[in-house]
Design a protein around this ligand. Structure first.
Ligand SMILES: *[C@@H]1O[C@H](CO)[C@@H](O)[C@H](O)[C@H]1NC(C)=O
Ligand SMILES: *[C@@H]1O[C@H](CO)[C@@H](O)[C@H](O)[C@H]1NC(C)=O
Ligand SMILES: *[C@@H]1O[C@H](CO)[C@@H](O)[C@H](O)[C@H]1NC(C)=O
Ligand SMILES: *[C@@H]1O[C@H](CO)[C@@H](O)[C@H](O)[C@H]1NC(C)=O
Ligand SMILES: *[C@@H]1O[C@H](CO)[C@@H](O)[C@H](O)[C@H]1NC(C)=O
Length: 549
């Protein structure tokens, strides 16, 4: 039965792929073979065991084009179980490949597993990172660049060169020690510094040719620190974020929150005065400012830049950040993955089927501290939800829809919960932040429209101020202190998708949930047999109660 089912689906897949090729939409195979291993580095002058990929830290850039089938064979040479997740990648109806704890069993030490997924109609700048056991605190991340297929124009002249710029906070202490602190209910201390492409201050170098235009694809790959990114004496033309082409505007500096990605165009000066320039990623909303520093070199640069770093916004200036977020708009006329304009999808005309108000908070039980969503801290069951569901194991359906759609006054608790949704539902989610720190949220498998942001508590009257025409479509969004952020999203990707805090610490301690998007046809079996959702992979790793099924 299983065999017939997967045969039918792979035929369907082949047909889709052939059709794509005929209409020129791409659909080639991209192959990567990665060995994940420990390696010694000292980015801030203190020796640390980092996680490298093929001995590179950060890992190699994963290049693909719209609709490509991506295959990544990952060999786990660590001494711990491992999973990689693909931040912002909308794998087509295939959460089997998402690489988070409730969709996949881990790749055990000494074993390998091949991820294989087809990209949806998407372009843009993203990154991958390890999702288990706080491995991200040791690296293991890298950039993903999804390019347009050749017949779909990009809304700016072809840049001379693309540079991946991964910025993020860094701890000198071993990730296992950080993990042990979390297990012992001690929150993470402030980081030791900020890295740019895995390197400490003044170590990373970017070569600029006079007059040429570069596309920098910048991602904040850190654990918990919002960063301000800027380049001395060079403006940045912001063109894209997480798969959306934006109305192009110049910025002197850009706030990039944890887990977010942006592309900017930077035109090199026509200079011959021997100067070089600082590239800075400095912490935001922290007590002390920490800065990651890289150097931009021109062919005639005589040594490194001298003098003070270029100034960013005042550390605690939230308004700067809010105004900047509000200034970003979707370019309605540019094509995205397909030749038709981004604005041809009128999200503002679709009726909302469900509103969820999700409030982040903390929970204290005795001495235990965990992070919550509407008073619930996520507990992992003994077997990934995706497998519990596939094998119809008794308790999975008990997890469905037991979270409240609104924050409640009941005492916080810990359990497993899943939001149950139907294909093509149209959700309105308000992230409400009652705390004094910025939060960032991410949803796997989807982009959503960021329709509003404001101070204070959200209420229905706020809808009147929503941007229902040209809001940015993306997958990671910040929520300022004592504020709310509203998104709308069409649930057009079947599967079991992770909605999480992008802060490693919050995520590790329960601030996440799963969004189960199922076919309107009814139970999962009928969804699978109609070929809607990708079948269970032939190489699926089984664990927990599914180990022997
Ligand atoms: C990692 O690779 C080394 C060298 O190939 C090998 O000796 C070791 O057993 C591997 N460790 C694991 C956990 O796979
Ligand atoms: C493990 O890697 C080998 C090649 O190195 C490959 O043939 C095999 O399919 C991989 N196994 C899985 C489960 O992906
Ligand atoms: C929007 O996209 C169009 C089409 O590619 C492009 O010509 C135009 O410059 C863009 N507009 C802005 C303001 O970025
Ligand atoms: C920030 O914006 C709020 C609301 O518009 C305003 O009340 C406050 O004075 C502003 N703060 C600063 C420092 O400009
Ligand atoms: C709704 O759709 C109509 C065309 O069918 C369009 O003119 C209008 O601008 C749309 N409204 C929004 C908010 O997208």
């Amino acid at each position: 039965m299983n065999h017939i089912r997967s045969l039918a689906s792979s035929e369907l897949y082949l047909c889709t792929c052939l059709l794509m090729l005929i209409i020129g939409r791409g659909c080639s195979q991209v192959l990567y073979d990665w060995t994940v291993s420990y390696s010694q580095r000292a980015p801030l002058g203190v020796d640390k065991q980092v996680i490298a990929i093929n001995d590179i830290f950060p890992g190699p850039v994963l290049y693909a084009s719209t609709n490509d089938v991506v295959n990544v064979n990952i060999h786990n040479n660590l001494t711990e179980p491992f999973l990689m997740t693909w931040n912002g990648i909308q794998m087509r109806k295939n959460s089997w490949q998402d690489g988070v704890q409730e969709t996949n069993c881990p790749i055990l030490p000494g074993q390998n597993w091949t991820y294989s997924f087809q990209l949806k109609d998407q372009i843009g700048s993203f990154f991958y990172f390890p999702s288990l056991l706080l491995h991200k605190a040791a690296g293991g991340y890298g950039a993903i660049h999804v390019n347009n297929v050749p017949d779909v124009p990009i809304p700016f002249p072809q840049p001379y060169k693309d540079y991946a710029v991964l910025i993020g906070d860094w701890y000198n202490v071993d990730y296992r020690d950080l993990r042990a602190s979390l297990e012992n209910e001690v929150f993470l201390p402030p980081p030791d510094g900020i890295l740019i492409n895995g390197l400490g201050p003044n170590q990373a170098r970017f070569e600029f040719e006079p007059g040429e235009t570069y596309r920098l694809r910048i991602s904040n790959v850190g654990l918990k620190t919002s960063l301000n990114f800027r380049i001395q004496e060079h403006l940045m033309l912001l063109v894209e974020t997480e798969g959306s082409y934006l109305v192009q505007q110049y910025y002197g500096s850009l706030d990039i929150h944890v887990g977010q990605s942006y592309s900017v165009l930077v035109t090199a000066k026509n200079q011959f005065d021997g100067k070089s320039y600082y590239m800075v990623a400095s912490s935001r909303f922290t007590i002390l400012e920490q800065s990651g520093i890289a150097i931009i070199h021109y062919p005639d640069s005589a040594g490194d830049p001298v003098g003070p770093l270029p100034l960013g916004p005042y550390l605690s200036d939230y308004n700067f950040s809010v105004e900047q977020a509000r200034s970003m708009r979707w370019n309605l006329t540019s094509s995205a993955a397909r030749p038709n304009p981004q604005g041809s999808y009128h999200y503002g005309n679709i009726s909302i089927t469900r509103t969820l108000i999700l409030e982040n908070n903390l929970m204290f039980t005795g001495t235990k501290r965990r992070f919550t969503i509407n008073g619930v801290s996520f507990m992992h069951p003994d077997t990934p939800l995706k497998l519990l569901e596939y094998f119809q194991l008794n308790d999975v359906f008990e997890y469905y829809d037991i979270i409240h759609d609104r924050p409640t006054a009941t005492l916080p608790s810990s359990y497993t919960f899943v939001i149950d949704a139907l294909y093509r539902d149209f959700f309105h989610i308000v992230f409400q932040n009652p705390l004094l720190e910025v939060q960032t949220w991410h949803i796997d498998g989807y982009n959503f429209f960021v329709v509003g942001m404001g101070w204070g508590l959200w209420d229905e009257s706020k809808k009147a101020g929503y941007n229902m025409v040209d809001a940015v479509s993306r997958s990671t969004i910040q929520v300022y202190p004592l504020s709310w952020t509203a998104i709308v999203m069409e649930l057009d990707n079947l599967g079991m998708w992770n909605l999480r805090s992008q802060y490693a610490e919050n995520w590790y301690l329960g601030q996440e949930l799963y969004l189960r998007v199922k076919s309107a046809l009814g139970d999962d079996q009928s969804a699978i047999s109609t070929g809607d959702e990708a079948p269970i992979p032939a190489n699926v790793i089984k664990c927990g109660r599914a180990a022997n099924l």
